[in-house]
Design a protein around this ligand. Sequence first.
Ligand code: PMP
Length: 430
Amino acid sequence: AEGLIEGHVGRGTLVKRGSFRPEEDYFDQTTPSWLLGLAANEDSLIGRDTRAVSELTSLKAGEEIISLAQGTPSADMLPADLIQSIMADSSLEAQRSALGYCPVDGLLSLRRQIAARMRTRGVSVDVQNILILSGSTQGLGLLGRFLLSPGDEVVVEVPTYLGAIQMFRALGARIIGIPTDSEGMRVDLLEAILARRQPRFIYTLPTFQNPTGVVMSVERRRRLLQLARRYQVPIVEDDAYGEIYFGEEPSRPLKSLDTYGNVLYLSTYSKMLAPGLRVAWLAAPEPVIERMGLYKQTFDLNTNALGQWIIAELIRRDLLDGHLSRARQCYQHKLNLMLEAIETYWPSGGRVYPPTGGMHLWCRLPHGMRARHLLREAAHERVAFVSGDLFHVDGGGQHYIRLSFASPEEAHISEGIRRIGVAMRRLLAR
Ligand code: PMP
């Protein structure tokens, strides 16, 4: 009916030429032909889910739409006031030097500070083990290029961070999913994979996993490290949320248990401070840092120096820890508001998995309800969230959704949840 396939006597039914165009209005008569020619390439490189994500991130929670989709700090937690005070009482000379190029490995003062902070979290690293990155997304891309050739296999958790799935797919990797439960990756299922196949690395989010919020148990962490060592497979640890914990105990990275240099650790200031700063880092053995630094130079010369300088100043003036403790309190409070609202407004029969840190609440929908159906219904109620299937490489997740409790304004949380409840009841009444 949509003209996407055509029948050929003797050849069968085939996808019509040109029907791979992502959207009808994406290209029009004025599109130059060289751009049309790129479309096939683009589809394999970008994919539909990437477009879904870029739509999500550009969807600003306006007055009408309440977005519970993005895992970012809420506007009131962005450290604009701290940055203002730093700018106000630093010299023009210091600011000028922050506006130039900086070493490809990053600002030395920031690398030192990061190494020192990591040591307080039990990771024995020094400045030569730290490479500053333009977002941990850049780290996933650089490590992916370094470790993978098209067709290589990579192990991820199911579910896992969507941006990583997209990155590894864009690099031509074949992705092997390992299920997770309340203790994180099912490491018991990993050995069979490592013994039979040769994945190039294992990608894991051991602390406040995105999307489930789960923390991997210490036993599994140890077992994972043992297996990685035995089969000589590096682990890429993505620790974007580790500093956003709600209990008394600070969380520790998997890398703190790594005595063989098998863990390549990524973290970012996007969640702790602000994604607009685009500053993240890789902590890894020195030879890896050297190679990655050379790669990085080819792609962007260096990470934006102003963002690095601002963060180094925040740390030097001892402002980061205060900010983090406010953020932890704020997000924990918002999580509680969200849980209360779910209790009040949602029909029974579903399940929520309250995390002890991070920014996301993972939910199983009631009575076999499908997340995509709910999303469509919720759009009429002007509320957005992320459908669970986007995080799954095995076709699962249709009955799950991910809600961000960190990014919405406090006043919108209860209303957003109420609207989802209305959409749920409408679906159940059908
Ligand atoms: N890893 C995880 C687990 C994330 O949730 C995100 C942000 N959504 C990133 C990496 C990317 O962060 P950055 O802004 O540092 O590129």
